[in-house]
Design a protein around this ligand. Sequence first.
Ligand code: ADP
Length: 210
Amino acid sequence: MVSTIELTKRQEQILQIVKDNGPITGEQIADQLNLTRATLRPDLAILTMAGYLDARPRVGYFYTGKSGTQLLTENLQKIYVKEYQSIPVVINENVSVYDAICTMFLEDVGTLFVVDQSSQLVGVLSRKDLLRASIGKQELSTIPVHIIMTRMPNITMCERDDLLIDVAKKLIEKQIDALPIVKQSDKGYEVIGRITKTNITKAFVALGEE
Ligand code: ADP
């Protein structure tokens, strides 16, 4: 994937020449640098692949005008949910709050997705939902999670082919930590994945390291 690469001194010189003189042929760039066309070929290939330069047959190289930041933005628009998704942890709506707490610890997740008898999404449970239920006086093993969960149709969801940046915006806008990745059918929404702030942080780090 294209990214903000560190340019060598020679690549910077080529960029400057093309900025000042483009469109310009490889031969002409080589002349200005007192180098052969063959020596320059790898640099021109890198600059073209990275999106700094574009080449047109019989015209030559020209500067695309894109900065590293612009390229980064373009790359961000190419990352999809399916590339960073995690496995969802799903419980039935009749499971007790007590068992949901145990599941959250055992599975080491911060959000549980709640489904009905036909495995369709009906709710979401966060850590705070479970904490809130726990500070009441009720017996946790007798309260089913559907009493305390955030329920449909108020669930924010996404699909595998959504852009990760759009999911990140939803997490911020709704002030939540995770979204279920769903597949819609006439029965409802099947939960096929999970995307969390951690997944997005991983994508962010990968983008920075490219
Ligand atoms: P916590 O409550 O532990 O800080 P969140 O910020 O994810 O975790 O959750 C805040 C509230 O939003 C909770 O009541 C939770 O049920 C709800 N919530 C979490 N995820 C979603 C979602 N994808 N769609 C709708 N509501 C959600």
